[in-house]
Write a protein that binds this ligand. Sequence first.
Ligand code: PA5
Length: 337
Amino acid sequence: MLKTVLTLPGQLLEAWERALAAPLPRPEVPPSHIVAVGMGGSAIAADLIGAYLAPRLALPLVTIRDARLPAYVGRGSVVIATSYSGETDETLAAAEAAVASGAHVVAVTSGGRLAALAAGRTLLRVRGGLPPRAALAYLLAPTLAVFEKWGVAGSCAADVDEAVGVLRVIATETGPDVPLTRNPAKQLAEALRDVVPAVYAGTPGLAPVARRWKTQFNENSKTLATWDTFPELTHNEVVGWGAPADLACRVAAVILLGGDEDAQALRRIGASRSAAIDRAAASVHEVRGRGTGRLARMLSLVFLGDLTSVYLAYLRGVDPTPVEAIDRIKQAVRAAS
Ligand code: PA5
């Protein structure tokens, strides 16, 4: 897992170039919206793209983590179904419903039944053999390439280039050979060793990044974790830090900052720390994104979170790769249906 995570920069470049070279025909009917369907490690790719492109996306993009589609999906819709395995029941059902509705369907997968369902439609087949969450670049780049080619959000090429460069620098600073004293991912993992991480996005634009941190702690580190977003959490979650001291002191806050927060956002974070979080939490960590572009800042945070979750797994003596509970649930549901 550590090796795969560390190759994120190269994966992103490879996946982007490959996706751009694929035929990506435009829908016959100009779309009024884009619906991304997927679950877990496959769904987060669309969330990240939606947050990255939000300031310039010409159409609404919503992520649906469900087998059922909203009633508005039909001929004017583009549905991008992403499932790394191509075998996820919810995603397959949603993709089938999308085909039946007359929507323009694009499938992103390494194979399975989703690839079969997409025959004769737009199929972006990605490299297989990885755990879905470790294939983030392969799942993210195709959708980005679709948007690039259809011109719905301007060009992303310079942002992807910058992100690859920033990720390469981070890889040299956080690899296994870099000792704890100079390695921010190892340091954070050490601080989170015996606590539940509560990951907070400093702005709503970083919400999918916070969610990714949480799910990587769940799946790689095999631990509970929570996530929330400023400013919403200043209207509810902050009160929760008033929990009994012996409970709150088992939770550490990790605040993700993109570097483009305005003064009001920073004031709100500071006020929340002094009013509620700092005195109750096991520890509080502010983590900053790197780079100047929105994509680099988001993916640099994702990368640091992924690495931290793997180091935390090693500190806790667990194997980051298997996700037995997920596999057992999928099998049980399939056997019963
Ligand atoms: O990380 C994981 O393994 C899960 O969250 C999967 O991504 C999720 O179960 C969906 O599977 P797939 O990505 O193959 O559609």
